[in-house]
Design a protein around this ligand. Structure first.
Ligand code: ADP
Ligand code: MN
Ligand code: MN
Ligand code: MN
Ligand code: MN
Length: 354
């Protein structure tokens, strides 16, 4: 059986006698989300008041069995849309027993980069695409053993047969707003049962944090509806669009009058580190970056105004106004957002000074 959320509501509003439930969330060794819950005596005023915690890393592909304790260090708090009240979601970094960051903890380095370049006020906006699957891992709502009509009517589609599971999308949208995620919009995607939401603009490290928590919440909403969420960049081979995480970027200079110069300068720098970026832009991304289906080839870097077949696109409105932001279209839907926002910051703003 999947969740029975309607019956749960009978218990959900029971008095908690002043206790606060804190759901600690982290990224595991397989790029999936994990969480476990802790009872607190009161609502913490800031993240520093939250206790460090731990879990068995040998069960999450994060540690060997003979040295399995991984530590959870709280880094951000969000209101919990699933439990409501004073209950909270706690995003945590994973640390090893010997005081080094766990192999899954890309946030730590990213946070140092963001801190080093704080003066540039770097903003990100990520367009998270994803695909819904039924419990047998078929694309949700597709005809058994067959295919829907070819792509065309589904992008931003309206009506039965054009979109599936708008209820999940709506529930997730509201959950994000409640939690305090800067979700900026949603739309149905080109492939049926594929959707997108955008998070941002978010400054610095908060981009990775908010995207990570938004993904966690999407999986949780999926539980309620008995539907799986996949962030695989090419869930179905063939003439069907893949899924990406277009990453929109601006610094203070780019947003200022005449900022197009800073944008062009940044694109020039990006063009020189294409391979390094591709290396951290998501697993299986080569299945998606084919040069077809609104992508650029993975082999070489390209850029252009309003060009959705380029690695990096300058939106038409930005070119017109002469300032704003650019869009890196290469990242796959399954990226680690800390790796991606980290390397973009490093390439544009420079390495961390000693
Ligand atoms: P697209 O036309 O590529 O589908 P979307 O509207 O889906 O674009 O997403 C645009 C994203 O760009 C949003 O996440 C938005 O928050 C972000 N964004 C807008 N302005 C800026 C900016 N100045 N810096 C960084 N990101 C921005
Ligand atoms: Mn136990
Ligand atoms: Mn978009
Ligand atoms: Mn899209
Ligand atoms: Mn885009």
């Amino acid at each position: 059986m999947v969740s029975n959320t309607a019956t749960l509501s009978k218990y959900a509003n029971l008095d908690q006698r002043g206790k606060v439930l804190a759901e600690y969330i982290w990224i595991d060794g397989t790029n999936n989300m994990r969480s476990k819950c802790k009872t607190l005596d009161s609502l913490p005023k800031s993240v520093d008041e939250l206790p460090e915690w731990n879990f068995d890393g040998s069960s999450t592909e994060q540690a060997p069995g003979d040295n399995s304790d991984i530590y959870l260090r709280p880094v951000a708090i969000y209101r919990d849309p699933f439990r409501g009240g004073d209950n909270i979601l706690v995003l945590a970094e994973c640390w090893n027993n010997d005081g080094t960051p766990n192999k899954t903890n890309y946030r730590h380095e990213c946070a140092k980069l963001m801190e080093a370049h704080k003066d540039q006020e770097i903003w990100f906006g990520i367009e998270q695409e994803y695909t819904l699957l039924d419990k047998y891992d078929n694309i949700y709502g597709w005809p058994k053993g067959g295919f829907p009509a070819p792509q065309g009517p589904y992008y931003c589609g309206v009506g039965t047969g054009k979109v599936n599971c708008r209820d999940i999308v709506e529930a997730h949208y509201k959950a994000c707003l409640y939690a305090g995620i800067d979700i900026s919009g949603v739309n149905a995607e080109v492939m049926p049962s594929q959707w997108e939401y955008q998070v941002g603009p978010c400054e610095g490290i908060s981009m990775g944090d908010e995207l990570t928590v938004s993904r966690y919440m999407l999986h949780r909403v999926g539980e309620d509806f008995g539907v799986k969420v996949t962030f695989h960049p090419k869930p179905l081979k063939g003439d069907w669009n893949g899924a990406g995480c277009h990453t929109n970027v601006s610094t203070r200079d780019m947003r200022a009058e005449g900022g197009i110069k800073a944008i062009e300068n940044a694109i020039e720098k990006l063009s020189k580190r294409h391979a390094e970026h591709i290396a951290v832009y998501g697993e299986d991304n080569e299945q998606r970056l084919t040069g077809r289906h609104e992508t650029a080839s993975m082999e070489c870097f390209s850029s252009g105004v309003a060009n959705r077949g380029a690695s990096v696109r300058i939106p038409r409105s930005v070119a017109k106004e002469g300032k704003g932001y650019f869009e890196d279209r290469r990242p796959a839907s399954n990226i680690d957002p800390y790796l991606v926002t980290g390397i973009i910051t490093e390439t544009i703003c420079g390495q961390i000074p000693d």
